[in-house]
Design a protein around this ligand. Structure first.
Ligand SMILES: [Zn+2]
Ligand SMILES: [Zn+2]
Length: 343
């Protein structure tokens, strides 16, 4: 490791600077990861747009959808060897709050999201707490491995839904996370329909082999009824974050369906609560992931359970991060853009 390393720093006003910063070394209990790739998350786009300035400030290295190799380990850390491929589960918990004490560290009341509340992976070497590391199989390609974080989100959503093979699934919203939820649900044996209004996203979902419905062109409930013998969907994922999506989630649900809230709603939507009573629906909140979701995501990506080469639509070097964010911001066709940080 040299004395300096290259890092992309968010400076506010839709601007990154790429700079040489002091090289990071791991302290006690920490691991340094040499970053290979880092994906651009929807959250990173919110940072770019200035919506999270109060939280991230103007000297933050962002990025969390990463892959890399172990570079060095700090004092008191065992079980890792430099050169091993790895990903980071970017959550640091307090260990002391009621959620942590109950074993739900991923929804810690003082949760720190690495790459937002601390510096992240858009830099050559990222130092993180050792408990966040998941080691990867040697033969997993590191560009594909950059999808593990968003796939882990999908794994958490699908696990909490209790989806069983053969059940009918509707995914409302076919953006990057919706598509990954659809892939993981299909991998679990669900019969998946993707509902999306954006024609480019519909085309991608179709290319990935999904049955799709455009609710702008037809009656979504009638389409789902026709496909399920008038039963409706056993599991519904609300990934759109819109009022029409929330209206659809109860409309398409079967009796005793489970509805998983994946989207972050900026406004409080109106929800048809009568349907929860009348058809004994269940509403399930799902936020980030737990270690077992990461292990599941690693297994699915390793086995080719997500079509990584279709999902990854762009790759740009760290030096071009500014252009990569600008391109993604106006691209109607991009699904997942990766920054190639190392090499
Ligand atoms: Zn993300
Ligand atoms: Zn806590």
């Amino acid at each position: 490791m040299g004395d300096t390393q290259t890092a992309a720093i968010y400076r506010g006003k839709k601007t990154f600077t790429v700079e040489e910063v002091p090289a990071a070394t791991p302290g006690p209990g920490e691991v340094a990861v040499r970053i290979a790739y880092c994906g651009i998350c929807g959250t990173d786009m919110h940072v770019f747009h200035g919506n999270m300035d109060a939280r991230v400030g103007f000297e933050r290295v962002i990025g969390h959808e990463m892959s890399g190799t172990i570079d060095a380990v700090g004092e008191g850390v065992d079980g890792f060897t430099p050169g091993q491929k790895a990903v980071v589960r970017p959550l640091d918990h307090c260990g002391d709050c009621p959620a942590c004490k109950a074993g739900h560290q991923h929804v810690c009341h003082k949760l720190k999201f690495l790459g937002l509340d601390t510096n992240g992976a858009m830099q050559e070497v990222w130092v993180v707490p050792a408990h966040t590391i998941h080691v990867l199989p040697d033969d997993l390609k590191l560009d594909h491995a950059a999808l593990i974080e968003p796939v882990a989100v999908a794994c958490h959503d699908v696990r909490l839904s209790g989806l069983k093979a053969g059940e009918d699934v509707v995914v409302i919203g076919g953006g990057p996370i919706g598509i990954l939820v659809a892939m993981v649900a299909r991998d679990a044996g669900g019969k998946v329909v993707v509902s999306e209004v954006n024609r480019t996203r519909l085309a991608i979902a179709q290319k990935l082999g999904f049955d799709t419905v455009n609710p702008a062109d037809c009656d979504l409930k009638a389409e789902i009824d026709a496909r399920t013998g008038n039963k409706g969907a056993d599991v519904v994922f609300e990934v759109s974050g819109t009022q029409p999506g929330v209206d659809a989630m109860t409309a398409v649900a079967a009796t005793r369906a489970r509805i998983v809230m994946v989207a972050i709603h900026a406004q409080k939507p109106q929800i048809d609560l009568f349907q929860f009573f009348w058809r004994e629906l269940q509403l399930i909140g799902a936020r980030v992931y737990e270690p077992e979701d990461y292990e599941k995501a690693i297994a699915i990506v390793s086995a080719g359970g997500v079509d990584a080469d279709t999902v990854i639509t762009d790759v740009a070097p760290l030096a071009d991060i500014q252009k990569a964010f600008e391109d993604l911001d106006r691209s109607p066709t991009a699904l997942k853009s990766l920054i190639k940080v190392g090499g």
